[in-house]
Ligand binder design. Structure first.
Ligand SMILES: Cc1cc2nc3c(=O)[nH]c(=O)nc-3n(C[C@H](O)[C@H](O)[C@H](O)COP(=O)(O)O)c2cc1C
Length: 337
């Protein structure tokens, strides 16, 4: 598929997840055959202030490309300048957050509150479009009314201002993450604009992605929570689309992904910070495995890469013994990781 002039290898996209989709997470998702990875949301003000922590969020590896960076904010000129900074850092796509419903963000006039304000929405999009050459996308919610009218209006403004795609998470501003995502809103947006529409929300297993495309006509699917500790969901979606069966993920693949996630995180953040992060995050990958609770407990205090690797190795041996795993790794995952 294409977003603006950019060719995306397949139509699966990693959703932006604050505090989660940093460089190492995106790297692993990419290895799981994700077509396009997205950063967590980045403050436009933070970029302009040159905050060290914020600028660090713009780092990327060539292996994860193409990569989209998402910014949030409410001031058109600040957003335009922030977009320029993102573009010059080597981003392939600039995405604007029109969907965050966290109180602090709404109070600052950013995120989903913009969907109430078409004039500001237009001003931001025009200013940003003028300031960068790379493809521009937006990610929004249903808006404030259940009908999805806000989403249709915002998508039309985005298209008119030169945006190259819109992503829709069809929950209202007040819904947070409660209830079900209303995929009919994705269909409404699909019918109202000509640029690619990316559907998002409640893709739990790979089959749901194909259902979403069938039901809504969306051009690509964006997956968030179900990709946590499960980068294989992207290759599984690809398999279904190509008419191949979805293979279970082998234990070996899981542990290799964990090791790689640890290694890249150490490279990106340094050993101390990486180990602190891994104390909870390595546990994401062992969901459903025998005695996973014990493994999670064992990594709570890890303080070095070696220690983490040792504990993973021990747990791997234990799981293999318990499960007597004999199924060879499916070819698809051999290639993916
Ligand atoms: C922990 C967490 C952090 C999120 N951070 C962002 C963000 O930074 N930017 C954004 O546009 N959406 C963010 N979202 C929303 C997701 O991108 C996505 O729209 C939502 O989770 C629904 O998709 P899913 O059902 O596939 O998870 C976040 C969601 C979660 C759960």
């Amino acid at each position: 598929m294409k977003i603006g002039s950019l060719i995306i290898e397949n139509n699966t996209i990693l959703a932006p997840l604050a505090g989660i989709t940093n460089l190492p997470f995106r790297f692993i998702a990419k290895k799981g055959r994700c077509g396009l990875v997205c950063s967590e949301m980045i403050s436009s003000n933070g970029l302009l202030f040159g905050a060290k922590k914020t600028l660090k969020m713009l780092e990327s590896f060539p292996e994860e490309k193409p990569v989209s960076f998402q910014i949030f904010g409410s001031d058109p000129s600040v957003m335009a300048e922030a977009a320029r900074i993102v573009e010059s850092s080597g981003a392939d796509i600039l995405d604007i957050n029109f969907g965050c419903s966290v109180k602090k963000i709404i109070k600052s006039g950013a995120g989903v509150v913009l969907m109430k304000d078409p004039v500001r929405t237009e001003a931001i999009l025009k200013a940003v479009r003028k300031s960068i050459k790379i493809p521009l996308t937006i990610k929004m919610r249903t808006g404030w009314e259940k009908t999805g009218e806000d989403a249709v209006v915002t998508a039309k403004i985005a298209e008119a201002c030169g945006a190259d795609a819109v992503a829709v998470h069809p929950r209202t501003a007040n819904q947070g993450f409660r209830g079900k995502a209303d995929w009919s809103v994705i269909s409404k947006v699909r019918e109202s604009v000509s640029i690619p529409v990316i559907g998002n929300g409640d893709i739990i297993v790979a089959e749901d992605a194909v259902k979403m495309i069938d039901q809504t006509g969306c051009d690509a699917v964006m997956i968030g929570r179900s990709a946590i500790g499960n980068p294989w969901i992207f290759s599984q979606v690809g398999a279904i689309m190509e008419g191949r069966p979805v293979q279970p993920v082998s234990i070996t693949r899981r542990f290799e992904a964990m090791k790689e996630y640890l290694k890249v995180t150490v490279e990106y953040l340094g050993e101390k910070q990486a180990c602190f992060m891994m104390r909870s995050r390595l546990g994401w990958f062992v969901k459903g495995l025998v005695s996973s609770g014990r493994f999670r407990e064992s990594i709570k205090q890890i303080s070095s890469e070696n220690e983490a690797e040792e504990l993973m190795g021990k747990y791997f041996d234990f799981v293999c013994k318990k499960m007597e795993q004999t199924i060879p790794d499916p070819e698809i995952f051999e290639e993916a990781i």
